[in-house]
Design a protein around this ligand. Structure first.
Ligand code: TRP
Length: 338
């Protein structure tokens, strides 16, 4: 499906990713990139730091999050020699292209964009004025995202369900521009929602999320991972009592990480009353550590040698820039009749 396609993934450098982010979003994104490359396509992978400044104003925090996210993707197997890996703010053409797109962005689209609507809803719940604390960066977020996508003639944007609307807005803006100038100045992207990726439950059974405080950490030491895993909710039934694995949270989390044979083993042990909660937590712990330890070493290496990563991001920007420049020129020529 990715035959000669250009796929583009963007990630906001906010929050320290946890195991659920890694298994449910980061690794699948890297895998899709590899698939596209193997099929003769291109893979752009960028850190959306301009998007991050709408919400985060502390330079030290922004810098730290950018470093973390860059190192996590590299640790997870992103190959910067093959994927075009860059920082959004290194491509000056992006905000220029955004400015042109604004002229074709109906304000009504922004009113309906869900990130803005969610912020308004939150204000209403708190009894505040609708637009309290909402800046233009957040309000016009989808147009900048459209520029991210349209700049590189992207075919496919892998996204979570919450981002589908943004890709549709990018399509609509591109369509309006193409219709106005009577030619395909911008390539219409499609979104791709991967329904096979794991939604990993947290230690309390709700979706794993930092805001719920129920996360299993990713690249912390074994002790911290163990502490989280041993806090996973269980009940007081004795080991000997046969149990339906589907009702057991440890097993649900194990699903996201175990091989079919490992899963079978835990399932059988629970059904037959041969494995207690301590056992299965240790099995999960071993699987998590096996899964993350190599990546964790790489992560720690890159964080400690960020100058190397900086070089990779600069190389990536050098590859992205000529494409961005060509798109900007195409647009300006059409818009200003050059
Ligand atoms: N909006 C995306 C998010 O919140 C990040 C993003 C910015 C993005 N620009 C993009 C994703 C372009 C895909 C394509 O996660």
């Amino acid at each position: 499906m990715f035959e000669k396609k250009t796929i583009l993934t963007g990630v906001k450098p906010t929050g320290t990713p946890h195991l659920g982010n890694y298994l449910g979003a980061i690794r699948p994104a890297i895998r899709l990139g590899h698939e596209a490359l193997a099929a003769g396509g291109r893979h752009y992978m960028f850190i959306a730091d301009y998007h991050a400044i709408n919400a985060e104003k502390d330079p030290a925090v922004l810098n730290q999050k950018l470093r973390e996210i860059a190192c996590i993707y590299l640790a997870g197997g992103l190959d910067p020699a093959k994927s075009i890996f860059y920082r959004q703010s290194d491509i000056a053409e992006i905000p220029e292209i955004t400015t042109i797109l604004y002229a074709y962005t109906p304000k009504g689209f922004m009113n309906k964009a869900h990130a803005y609507k969610a912020a308004v809803d939150k204000n209403r719940e708190a009894g505040k004025p609708d637009d309290d604390g909402i800046n233009m960066g957040l309000y016009t977020y989808p147009t900048l995202m459209a520029a991210d996508i349209l700049t590189y003639d992207t075919d496919i944007v892998p996204v979570g369900k919450d981002q589908v609307q943004h890709v549709e807005i990018a399509r609509d803006i591109a369509g309006a521009i193409n219709a106005h100038y009577g030619k395909e100045l911008l390539h219409l992207p499609e979104y791709f929602v991967d329904n096979n990726v794991a939604v990993v439950p947290g230690v309390d059974g709700r979706k794993m999320s930092k805001s719920y405080g129920n996360v299993i950490p990713l690249f912390e030491d074994d002790k911290a991972i163990k502490k989280a895993i041993f806090s996973i909710k269980t009940d007081s039934r004795p080991m000997e009592e046969p149990k339906d694995p589907e009702e057991i949270l440890v097993y649900e989390i194990y699903k996201a990480i175990a091989t079919p044979a490992q899963l079978q083993e835990m399932g059988d042990g629970l059904r037959q009353g041969k494995l207690g909660y301590g056992h299965i937590k240790n099995m999960l712990l071993d699987a998590v550590i096996a899964e993350v330890s190599e990546a964790r070493d790489k992560y720690n290496y890159y964080l400690a040698h960020f100058d190397e990563v900086e070089g990779m991001l600069e190389d990536g920007a050098a590859k992205a820039r000529p494409v961005a420049r060509a798109t900007l020129k195409r647009l300006k020529d059409a818009v200003f009749g050059n």
